[in-house]
Ligand binder design. Structure first.
Ligand code: AKG
Length: 289
């Protein structure tokens, strides 16, 4: 295990990020719990998916054949119009209270279809499950039940075209109505984000975490009620991740304010990802989009 950052100058909570190789996850069975506690801010797993696999997936996703699959959930948000395939249980610019349950369920039922479009067959669900399980004392890992027919969608695909960014936020989504579909045995005091980079931006498009927690009093806000990213950049601890094709990051996004800087260069930044928690009793790990 390598420490990528142990502490940095600036205001706020310590930032600690570690890096491990995908083959070594089982050597770190208590690491996910350390991220839950925020003793570790985030973990980078190098080579979680093979580079050739993610390269081919990006080419398929960006092909004309799949152009109509992409949705624009933040349509109308200047600079924030990411593209997605598959719904996410988050507020968006077009649905401030998150996706309606019926729509989310319909999206979750298309999981195999999305994997077919991206991977030409089975997707990385099992591989991801093994990685998360390895970091979680070997406990079983997968998407939780959404309703009697369907599980939650395990991940969605995101593309940020040149000029697009994800604004500073923390992920505090359990209050959305969609979470009525998540069993109460799952721990809602914790939410992690994770994603695999399928194609990094040519320039920038970096995940940046700050020493500010969503629960801290008096965060620096703009009059628009967005977080003041310039104030974060000027005063707070920060860490910018360097993620290559096939790398996975899992981090405590429920606590740490984070963003993705505007993508520059000629190609989109493409990722697949979702959220993660465990049951309160710590017998399993669940992840979903
Ligand atoms: O880059 C991504 O796919 C998402 C970044 C992010 O804001 C998150 O994981 O919470």
């Amino acid at each position: 295990m390598k420490e990528l950052v142990r502490d940095v100058e600036g205001r706020g909570h310590p930032i600690r990020v570690v890096e491990i190789d995908a083959d070594d996850v089982t050597e770190h069975p208590s690491l996910m719990e350390a991220v839950f506690r925020a003793d570790v801010t985030g973990v980078v797993i190098r080579g979680a998916l093979k580079e050739s696999v993610v390269r081919d997936a990006t080419a398929r996703l960006e092909s004309a054949e799949n152009a109509a699959r992409w949705a624009s959930p933040n349509q109308g948000m200047p600079g924030g119009e990411l593209r997605t395939i598959g719904d996410a249980a988050t507020p968006t610019f077009t649905a401030f209270r998150g996706p309606p349950a019926e729509r989310y369920g319909a999206s979750a039922a298309q999981r195999h279809d999305y994997d077919e479009a991206a991977f030409g067959g089975d997707g990385p669900l099992e591989a991801l499950g093994r990685l998360f399980s390895g970091l979680s004392e070997g406990r079983p890992s997968g998407p939780p039940a959404f309703d009697e027919q369907t599980d939650w969608l395990p991940y969605n695909f995101r593309a940020l075209d040149p000029g697009v960014q994800i604004y500073s936020h923390h992920d505090d989504h359990y209050g959305l109505p969609i979470y009525e579909h998540m069993d109460e045995r799952y721990d809602r005091s914790v939410i992690l984000s994770w994603f695999v980079t399928l194609q990094p931006a040519e320039v920038d498009g970096q995940l940046i975490v700050y020493g500010l927690w969503g629960s801290d009093p008096d965060p620096p806000m703009l009059p628009t009620r967005f977080l003041d990213t310039q104030a974060l950049e000027d005063g707070y601890k920060r860490y910018a991740f360097n993620l290559g094709a096939g790398d996975l990051v899992v981090f405590n996004s429920g606590r740490y304010v984070h963003r993705v800087s505007p993508v520059r260069g000629n190609r989109p930044r493409v990722t697949l990802g979702g959220f993660l928690t465990a049951d309160v009793e710590r017998t399993e790990v669940v992840f979903w989009s």
